[in-house]
Design a protein around this ligand. Structure first.
Ligand code: NAP
Length: 235
């Protein structure tokens, strides 16, 4: 059970749109963050400084030593990471499959989920799918304090109940309610192309639905736990 007084430390593997947005939310919450990428800390020092005093640049190994690791790299690069890197760690897997970026992945064609790939590559990690179904700009815009009437919910899926409790606690600190969508195998319900993927947080979901694949929605709107529950059920 997560201790409500204890704020976890976060390490991000990947410091692009999502990694840096998570760091900004963490900075606002007073959570310490280590940002990392493949090019090393010197490439991230300016970004860390720009975000704030709770954020520093580090190596992937330093990021991986945090309480919770946010794995947020292109899916294509998953297999380039050392499988030992995340052994025993709680990992929030934000990755989605974009065929135009990641190419065809036969295991996904035959029905595996992206998190199934992550769990297979990091067999000793405590993988929780999350932070993958919302565009980074909406993630930043919709964060609200606990109890706010316009607070949004984000789905999580995973097989490790204690890891999900820690991630729920983290999301709460970052400004979101968490909705447990079940085991990791249910993560497909909020992957790309599903009702719970980006649409609940789009001010104009119909325009987004009608737009070309991969298009980014403009305005954000809050999505309550009930809104999200409905979207997951429609998957
Ligand atoms: N953008 C969104 O709104 C959004 C929303 C939900 C989920 N996602 C998913 O989240 C993941 C990240 O998306 P993003 O938009 O944040 O991507 P991004 O802006 O392209 O950033 C990717 C980050 O990963 C780093 N990286 C790449 N290969 C790496 C490796 N082998 N080891 C360590 N770091 C590596 C990159 O830095 P270097 O190349 O310098 O290493 C960069 O910091 C993707 O799987 C995406 O599908 C994105």
């Amino acid at each position: 059970m997560a201790d409500p007084q204890h704020l976890p430390t976060i390490g991000t593997i990947g410091a692009g749109h999502i990694g840096s947005t998570v760091a900004r939310l963490a900075q606002a919450a007073g959570i310490d963050v280590v940002l990392s990428n493949s090019r090393g800390p010197s490439s991230l020092e300016d970004l860390a400084q720009d975000i704030g005093s709770h954020v520093r640049a580090g190596t992937t190994a330093e990021a991986a030593a945090s309480d919770i690791v946010v794995l947020t790299v292109p899916l294509l690069t998953l297999t380039s990471l050392d499988p030992e890197l995340l052994a025993g760690r709680i990992v929030v897997d934000t990755m989605n499959h974009y065929p135009e970026r990641d190419g065809t992945i036969p295991a996904l064609d035959s029905g595996a989920t992206t998190s199934g790939l992550t769990a297979a590559h990091f067999p000793d990690a405590r993988v929780v799918k999350g932070l993958n179904n919302i565009v980074h700009s909406h993630l930043l815009a919709l964060a609200r304090p606990s109890g706010a009437s316009d607070r949004s919910a984000l789905p999580i899926a995973g097989d490790d109940a204690a890891a999900k409790a820690e991630v729920t606690h983290l999301l709460d600190a970052l400004g979101y309610d968490a909705l447990d969508a079940g085991p990791l195998s249910e993560g497909w319900r909020f992957e790309r192309g599903r009702e719970a993927y980006t649409l609940p947080y789009a001010a104009d979901p119909e325009a987004l639905r009608a737009s070309t694949p991969g298009a980014r929605p403009e305005g954000a709107r809050p999505a309550s736990t009930e809104d999200l529950r409905r979207a997951l059920a429609e998957a």
